[in-house]
Design a protein around this ligand. Structure first.
Ligand SMILES: [Fe+2]
Ligand SMILES: [Fe+2]
Length: 182
């Protein structure tokens, strides 16, 4: 599989979990499945932010910089800014869940607010990468760089802690898709 196809595949998994999140958040503070919300936050922190965003930040964007793109300005600067905005929403959502679990019912709205903002942000972010940034990468990066990157991605996906990339996170996407998206 090509490097960009691996990244687009990860986007598809993230988008499914965003759809699931919106469905789960469509309940009230009495009926919400908090355990599933916490599993989604864990997925976002590890699969989306660690395994996916770090492939972009530490590998793809770095290669694009070598071929003349700025890390501070333009599309890469914007993508990095959005990764940080996303991290902030997830941090705040996690804090609100703790408050809610400790009996603060008013924290429910904060959980919803931060997670829905994250879903909106990431949906737009992914569209920009799929439609603008990734095609740009395929234009400016030499074939050899792209194929080395693909090997790199395959090796890192196959060597995660307890194979969690596949056995925990991709399985969770399938499991939640069956429950919520059928
Ligand atoms: Fe990104
Ligand atoms: Fe991405």
């Amino acid at each position: 599989m090509k490097a960009i196809e691996i990244l687009v595949g990860e986007h598809d998994s993230i988008l499914k979990m965003i759809e699931v999140t919106r469905i789960i958040l469509n309940s009230d503070d009495e009926t919400i499945n908090l355990e599933h919300v916490e599993q989604i936050i864990d997925f976002i922190k590890n699969f989306a932010d660690k395994y996916h965003h770090l492939k972009e930040e530490d590998i793809l964007f770095v290669e694009m910089e070598k071929f003349g793109m700025s890390r501070e300005f333009g599309p890469i600067g914007m993508m990095l800014h959005e990764h940080n905005e996303g991290r902030n929403y997830i941090k705040l959502a996690g804090e609100s869940i703790e408050k809610f679990k400790n009996g603060d019912r008013s924290a429910f709205e904060q959980i919803k607010y931060n997670l829905l903002n994250y879903c909106e942000l990431l949906t737009n972010h992914i569209a920009k990468e799929n439609n603008i940034l990734y095609p740009m990468a395929e234009r400016i990066l030499p074939a050899g760089v792209l194929s080395a990157m693909s090997e790199d991605f395959k090796i890192s996906n196959a060597s995660t802690f307890e194979n969690e990339y596949f056995d925990r996170y991709l399985k969770l996407v399938l499991y939640f898709s069956e429950i919520y998206l059928n």
